[in-house]
Design a protein around this ligand. Structure first.
Ligand SMILES: [Zn+2]
Ligand SMILES: [Zn+2]
Length: 258
């Protein structure tokens, strides 16, 4: 089995009929990690044929509700499922604190109603090694959003190829550096107008970033045909950006291998 990034939700902060809030899973025989956590995480993993017991942990990009509201439910579900071992949760300090508060509000730890969990703070330094195994490394880098946010780069050691996930961000050089030479860039494309970006990115800007980063494939995520712009227009905007590689609009259960 190759290592792959699977989309579990692909939408903006407000779900639409086709796309729920954005979250993903990095799936590898050497250990899988949930990336952010929507409310249907456990069920979506089953639908994606990823055994939740194979997860080693989760990495949270930032503490906006659409990215972390499912954390207490997921830790509760793992406990119900008899998860063995200790589940690792990685996030920047403010996100880790918020996730722990969510669990505390539901008194999960007090009642022993969550799996054993280790909470790990990720320093907000560029190109930090967050997780390393024999098969892959996951790097994190701070990007520019309305709350402290980490983008991720998944490096497959054997194939010497990478996938980068921008998380929520406005266009920024930090993300372009992280994405240099990667095979696939999964970039958010939330808004249609740079004048009203609210620290997000447009489809055209995502295309420009992909072109400058030299990636071969661009996947637009955190995107809504209803909120951002219709699908045909989003694809036309990327084309107008000058990016000549493959372009996809992320859909649930789609997977991208490195
Ligand atoms: Zn978001
Ligand atoms: Zn956000």
């Amino acid at each position: 089995m190759s290592q792959r990034l699977i989309v579990l939700g692909a939408g903006t902060a407000l779900p639409d009929r086709d796309r729920d809030n954005t979250f993903l899973v990095w799936d590898s025989p050497a250990g899988s990690y949930l990336i952010d956590c929507g409310g249907r995480a456990y069920q979506q993993l089953l639908r994606a044929n990823v055994d939740p017991h194979r997860l080693r942990g989760m990495i949270l990009t930032h503490n906006h509700p659409d990215h972390i509201y499912g954390v207490p439910a997921f830790l509760f579900h793992l406990w119900l499922a008899g998860y063995q071992g200790t589940f690792d949760v990685y996030a920047n300090p403010s996100t880790l604190a918020m996730a722990r508060k969510l669990c505390a509000a539901l008194e999960l730890e007090a009642h022993g109603h969550m799996c054993a969990t280790n909470w790990h703070e990720l320093a907000e330094t560029p190109q930090r090694r967050a997780v390393e195994t024999d098969a892959y490394t996951i790097f994190t880098t701070p990007v520019r959003h309305s709350r402290p946010t980490l983008a991720l780069r998944f490096v497959d050691h054997q194939r010497q190829r990478s996938i980068v996930y921008s998380a929520d961000t406005e266009p920024c050089p930090e993300l372009e550096q992280l994405a240099q030479g990667a095979h696939t860039l999964v970039h958010e494309a939330t808004v249609s107008d740079p004048a009203q970006r609210h620290t997000h990115t447009t489809p055209r800007e995502a295309g420009e970033i992909a072109a400058r980063s030299g990636v071969q494939r661009l996947v637009l995520i955190h995107y809504s045909a209803a909120y951002t712009m219709p699908e045909a227009l989003a694809l036309a905007e990327v084309k107008a950006s000058g990016f000549g590689g493959e372009v996809r609009l992320a859909r649930e259960l789609e997977e991208y291998s490195v």
